[in-house]
Design a protein around this ligand. Structure first.
Ligand SMILES: NC(=O)c1ccc[n+]([C@@H]2O[C@H](COP(=O)([O-])OP(=O)(O)OC[C@H]3O[C@@H](n4cnc5c(N)ncnc54)[C@H](OP(=O)(O)O)[C@@H]3O)[C@@H](O)[C@H]2O)c1
Length: 321
């Protein structure tokens, strides 16, 4: 697979979001199958693997750490820490979270260490400061923020240059396009879209009859509500039309669209079969022409989309508990 730069980290153009192997999308594969999948991703040329301490309460880090062992030094391993508003000594808390992640991952450095969600805006500079120290100590190679605002990105970057910002971005969720993505360009920061296929919606494989079980977030993500699946069909029709012209699939067009946008954008789809890996990683070879891209943008601008941002839906779920 071709490569891209997230500031000074070189990664495959498409990474692997490993969350669904432990958390968030219902029934998970057996551990041995999950390890096989992660190793297959490397076989497809993927060199960018994304996990977090929060996924499966540490299980996902243990799984990813074990799976990447044979090629650890040849990949970029990203994980995330969650800080609470009440956390007093920010530097000490960040360091203790990192020690926990290193242990679970079975490694002595993390390539890209993100703050998962920014609960306390007042912590931004302090977190950036300790991330700088960790880089100088060789414990992490770079750092990032997730779901940060433009202001938070600028303030953090002024203290310790950010390697990447990881936030939700897809044809169905474009809120960061107006401010954060341009700020990343200006400041030389990579942008890593999570849920780049809108939790699979953009593959066109989920019908309004589909039901979701267990911890599958699609039980609450409103774009998967049967009436919205129906109302969002024009978007899928648009994707199918271009996909047919290009001998590609809707998922591939969705990923190729964001890859075409900017060369510092590196999506991390989540998938749990090698067929989907072949499809999604194969999107790195589906080049849109400028004309195709512009036509797509013009058509997308005319569409109305139905359903909330994933975050808004998940926040509602938390309040319901
Ligand atoms: N920073 C954050 O707050 C945050 C939040 C969410 C996610 N993330 C990270 O971002 C990664 C990606 O997010 P995501 O998992 O929501 O991404 P996504 O790729 O938009 O959605 C994953 C879902 O789509 C399905 N899917 C993927 N490719 C498909 C295809 N070609 N055909 C049909 N279905 C397909 C997957 O199915 P199967 O898995 O069943 O194959 C899975 O259910 C996560 O794994 C995680 O590492 C970060």
């Amino acid at each position: 697979m071709n490569t891209r730069d997230l500031r000074d980290l070189k990664v495959s153009a498409i990474g692997y979001g490993c969350m669904g192997l432990s958390h968030g999308y219902g029934a998970t594969p057996e551990r041995s199958e999950a390890i096989r999948l992660i190793r297959s991703a490397y076989g497809y040329g993927c060199t960018f693997f994304d996990t977090a301490e929060a996924y499966g309460a540490g299980d996902n880090e243990r799984l990813v750490g074990e799976a990447v062992k044979p090629f650890r030094s040849r990949i970029v391993l990203a994980t995330k820490l969650h800080l609470n508003k009440e956390d007093g000594d920010v530097a000490a808390v960040v360091r203790s979270h990192l020690e926990g992640s290193l242990k679970r991952l079975g490694t002595d450095y993390v390539d890209l260490y993100y703050q998962h969600r920014i609960e306390d805006d007042d912590q931004v500079e302090e977190v950036a400061g300790v991330m700088g120290e960790l880089i100088r100590e060789g414990k992490i190679r770079g750092w990032g923020q997730s779901q940060a605002t433009e202001d938070q990105v600028r303030r953090a970057n002024a203290v310790t240059p950010l390697t990447a910002v990881q936030s939700e971005f897809s044809m169905m969720e474009r809120m960061f396009e107006k401010d954060v993505i341009p700020a990343c360009e200006e400041l030389g920061i990579g942008f890593v879209p999570f849920s780049p296929l809108a939790s699979g919606f953009l593959s066109g494989k989920y019908t309004k009859q589909q039901t979701y079980e267990g911890d599958d977030v699609r039980r609450v993500i409103t774009r998967f509500a049967p009436e919205n699946v129906e109302r969002n069909q024009p978007l899928l029709e648009l994707l199918y039309t271009l996909a047919e012209e290009k001998g590609a699939t809707p998922a591939q067009i969705s990923l190729a669209w964001m890859l075409h946008k900017k060369d510092y954008i590196v999506p991390i789809p989540g998938m749990r079969t090698t067929a989907r890996m072949e499809e999604n990683f194969g999107a790195a070879d589906v080049a849109l022409t400028q004309r195709e891209y512009e036509r797509l943008e013009e058509s997308l601008a005319k569409l109305t989309l139905y359903g909330n941002r994933t975050d808004q839906d998940i926040a509602k779920l938390k309040r319901m508990r």
